[in-house]
Design a protein around this ligand. Structure first.
Ligand code: SF4
Length: 186
């Protein structure tokens, strides 16, 4: 299942799992997904676009939090309709690397909770859940990515993001969070 390959961005190895798996899936996870972007991630993506001669001016939407602009059909601007692949794969947003694992922050317990998509919306998630070794391998990467994201977001952006409902998911794990301030109620 897992290709267990990694690419190097910003000097650190980054998981490259599932790239080919997801591009063959008809479910279209890159539509109306709005992955959060830190300032650092935006800089990395812009450098990647320039280095790879990908012409895309002003690709970010700035609302309560930053995310890639969407096409009229709601697809992420970085999604290539022809290849069905992400054009910024090596440097894509943290939540895109972590998928099909998502997160929530419980303001009552102060913990970060890890959730997995249901098989009905993500066949890959279903396969991972049955193959615990692969899930465990992926969780290490997913947690690293999401914790980096959480630390890089403003408190306001994070509060907005954790209020977004993700209905077809179920909780699989939780961890304590070091940064108490980010779970404080608004
Ligand atoms: S950045 Fe790439 S993986 Fe993430 S939603 Fe956009 S196209 Fe999909």
């Amino acid at each position: 299942m897992c290709e267990k390959m990694s690419v190097v961005t910003s000097g650190k190895p980054r998981q490259n799992n599932f790239f080919n798996v997801c591009s063959n899936c008809p479910n279209g996870c890159c539509r109306r997904v709005r992955p959060p972007l830190t300032q650092e991630r935006k800089k990395i993506i812009l450098s990647f676009l320039e280095a790879n001669n990908i012409k895309m001016t002003d690709p970010f939407e700035e609302r309560e939090y930053s995310y890639p602009k969407e096409t009229a059909e709601g697809y992420c601007i970085f999604w290539n309709k022809t290849s069905r692949k992400c054009q910024v794969q090596p440097v894509k947003p943290e939540t895109c690397v972590a998928g099909p694992v998502t997160f929530d922050i419980n303001s009552r317990t102060g913990k970060i909770e890890w959730w997995l998509k249901k098989e009905t919306v993500c066949p890959l998630a279903g396969a991972l859940y049955k193959r615990r070794e692969d899930l465990s391998y992926h969780m290490k990467s997913a947690k690293t990515e999401i914790l980096r994201l959480v630390k890089g977001l403003s408190q306001e952006a994070l509060h907005t993001i954790v209020t977004i409902q993700e209905p077809d998911t179920f909780k699989i794990d939780e961890d304590s969070l070091d940064h108490k301030s980010i779970v404080a109620p608004k």
